[in-house]
Every structure is written in C-alpha cells, then in structure tokens.
Ligand binder design. Structure first.
Ligand code: NAD
Ligand code: UD1
Length: 338
C-alpha cells in the first residue's frame, strides 16, 4: 500500500516507516520538521536500504498537501503529525489547537477530495483523564483533559468519530498509546527531545550518558507498592507494529475502531530505574523530589481488544526497552545533532 505518513520524521513515525518498508509498503513522509531532523531519512535508509520519499510540508498548508495527494494517490494515511509537549501546550494553547486540530481538519478535507478512506490516528491514553480504575478499557469514558495537549487529542478524536458517522465508507482507527519508550534495536533512530526531557526514559538515558547530572523521581509517597507512580511503558517498535496490524485489519466499511496500545503491565518509576540499571549494568544517580502537578498515580492498559481484533500484542519487555533506549543514546549522545 502507498501510505501517507504525516509526522513520519518523528520518534514514533520513523520507527513505523521502517516497519512499513519491511512489510513491503510504500510509506511517503509528510513532515515540516518542527520537531525532527532531516538526518532521520539517512538513518531509515541505513536500516532498510530504502530512502523514503519526503515532502517537507506543514499539514495545515492545504495547497501543498493537496499537491502531494494529487501526485501520490494514497491508499491510507497514518497521522502522527502534531506537537506533544504538555508543558509547552500550557504556555501556548492556541499554537497547540491550531497545529494539532488545524492539521487534522486540513488532512481530512484533502483526504475527502482525493477519496482516501483509511486513516490511523495517534491518540493517547491521556484522553481517559484521571482513571477511575485500571486497567483502562476502550469503553471507559473519555475524561477531562488535564492540559491543552490532551484537549487536542480529545477534540481530534471527536472530529474523526463524527466523520465516521457522516461517511460510512470511512475507515478510522484511533490508537491510544500508553507510554512509548525505547528505540530501534540498531540504535540508529530513537527519541531526541529538543530541550531538557519532560518524560522519564529520555531523562534517564541523558543521565546515563552524562548530559544530565541526576534524575529526580517526582514523588515517593504515592499509594503504590514502592511509593512511585505506575505507567504502562511500551517499546516503540511494538507500537509501530500496532499500526501495521491496524492497517492489515482495515477492510471496507469497517467504520470507526478504537484500540489501546499498551502492554497491559504497570511498572513503577523505581522499577524502571532498576531495570535500566540491570539491563545496562549502570547505576543511575537519582534523588526523590516533590510530586509533579497533574500526575496520574496509576495508569495501564487493558490491551485485549487489540489482541482479539488486530492479532497484535507487545512482545518486548521492560529490559528490552531499557537496553534499546540506552544503545540509541550511547551511540547518539547529542541525538541527531552531532
Ligand atoms: P514527535 O514530535 O517525535 O513527532 C511528531 C512529528 O510531527 C515531528 O516530526 C514534527 O516535526 C511533525 N509535525 C508536527 N506538527 C506538524 C505539522 N503541522 N505539519 C507537519 N509535520 C508536523 O512525536 P512522537 O512522539 O513521534 O509522537 C507522534 C504522535 O503520537 C503525536 O501526535 C503525539 O501526540 C502522539 N503520541 C505520542 C506519545 C509519546 O509519548 N511520544 C504518546 C501518545 C501519543
Ligand atoms: C506525560 C504527560 C502525558 C503525555 C505523556 C506522553 C504529564 C503530566 N503527562 O505522561 O500527558 O501523554 O507524557 O508524552 O506531563 N517522572 C519522574 N522524573 C522525571 C520524569 C518523569 O519521576 O524526570 C515520572 C513521572 O512523575 C511519572 C513517570 O515518571 O510518574 C512517567 O512520566 P512521563 O514519562 O512524563 O509520562 P506520563 O506522566 O505518563
């Protein structure tokens, strides 16, 4: 299949492009590089021997996107493009609404014009808000967004749900990711945050290579087994393969489908740090600090629906995630900007 991959130069997009190429698909990347580096294309080529076609386009730019769709004739779209920093979204909500919701609307409009009926969208477990219970199932209600970033995910889901109601020929898959971590096993591509990382795993890997001095664990007095928060970390390659499984499952008049992509297992912050040390024979320096505002205490997926309907499940464990994340960071201490 010829697939338009918006945001395909980014962390999850680039890993998915690799798996698409491996499966014999033709991914074509549409990305404005606002949060990624052109070097990603060379790395994809190193891993797959294929340099995917790349359009440096802002998805909000209807004219350019239209030209791209006219030229390519896509079978499906995987829509990763979006801004994802929770902190930045609080400071610049309008930018987040415009970029994330605006790009999704433009994309849908152009898809309609060119009769492209299949789309997979990168949603997030953040749409559940504060969980009333765990594990989270897809039928759980969408909660209150904790920040503007989360609000954009909820809004885009609504737009796509409406679209599926209006056009029964549309096949729309909402994939709700839990906590993607790790990197391709080659260590050639991985997560490359612009500033000091907000997320746990890139913070740990940057401490491991000496870019940051020590990790602060946000809170050790939560009502969990070791007092630290619990998340469902999922290897980014498993996540990428979830998109391939969804693509394979899409059939005519499938309509709207929603799947959690997680492992179904909760891991505490302390357990992740210990696993990282064990996997890489290191001893990461850390201290306990205050709780982070807005943190959910325990969050993990019930991923049975993806297993039953997409025949997909995560196969990498926490140690794999820690090993691959560190390999990437060790080989690229400054990320793509050497
Ligand atoms: P990323 O920032 O690495 O990748 C996103 C890509 O989209 C970047 O390459 C960026 O340049 C591009 N982009 C942003 N706005 C664009 C626009 N208007 N036009 C064209 N390109 C644009 O992020 P990621 O971690 O790979 O996340 C991919 C998607 O998955 C995002 O939608 C994100 O919100 C979602 N998601 C990520 C996580 C996570 O923890 N990484 C969790 C849940 C959901
Ligand atoms: C965060 C975002 C969420 C977003 C997700 C994926 C917040 C409140 N939530 O979720 O909206 O969808 O990232 O991008 O920002 N931790 C530390 N020290 C650190 C960093 C993190 O102890 O330096 C802890 C956190 O308190 C948390 C766990 O590690 O308990 C995981 O944090 P993180 O990687 O930021 O993911 P989420 O909190 O799940």
């Amino acid at each position: 299949m010829k697939i338009c991959v918006t945001g395909g130069m980014g962390y999850i997009g680039s890993h998915t492009v690799i798996e698409l190429i491996k499966e014999g698909h033709e991914p074509i990347i549409v990305d404005n590089l606002v949060n990624s580096n052109p070097e990603v294309l060379n790395r994809i080529q190193k891993i797959t021997n294929v340099k995917p076609k790349f359009y440096q386009i802002d998805v909000r730019d209807e004219e350019k996107l239209d030209d791209c769709f006219k030229q390519e004739g896509f079978d499906a779209v995987i829509h990763f493009a979006g801004l994802k920093s929770v902190g930045e979204s609080v400071k610049k909500p309008d930018l987040y609404f415009d970029n994330n919701i605006g790009s999704s609307k433009t994309l849908l409009k152009v898809m309609k014009k060119y009769n492209v009926k299949n789309i997979i969208f990168s949603s997030s477990a953040t749409v559940y808000g504060v969980p009333k219970h765990v594990p989270l199932v897809e039928t759980d209600p969408v909660g209150q967004a904790a920040n503007p970033y989360g609000q954009t995910k909820i809004e885009i889901e609504k737009i796509l749900i409406n679209e599926a109601k209006q056009d029964e020929k549309m096949n729309i898959v909402l994939l709700r990711y839990f906590n993607p971590v790790g990197a391709h096993e080659s260590g050639l591509i991985g997560e490359d945050p612009n500033d000091i990382p907000n997320n746990l795993m890139p913070y740990i890997t940057q401490v491991a290579v000496g870019r940051l001095e020590q990790l602060t664990i946000f809170g050790n007095d939560y009502p969990t087994k070791d007092g630290t928060c619990i998340r469902d970390y999922i290897h980014v390659v498993d996540l990428a393969l979830g998109h391939l499984a969804a693509l394979k499952a899409i059939k005519e008049n499938w309509g709207l489908k929603i799947y959690n992509l997680g492992t179904g297992k909760g891991t505490s912050v302390l357990e992740l740090v210990n696993a990282f040390n064990q996997a890489n024979n290191l001893n990461i320096k850390y201290q306990y600090g205050a709780r982070r505002a807005g943190d959910v205490v325990v969050n993990y997926a019930n991923a049975d629906k993806a297993l039953n309907e997409l025949n997909w499940k995560a196969t990498h464990n926490i140690v794999d995630m820690c090993r691959d994340a560190y390999l990437w960071q060790k080989q690229n201490p400054q990320g793509y900007k050497k």
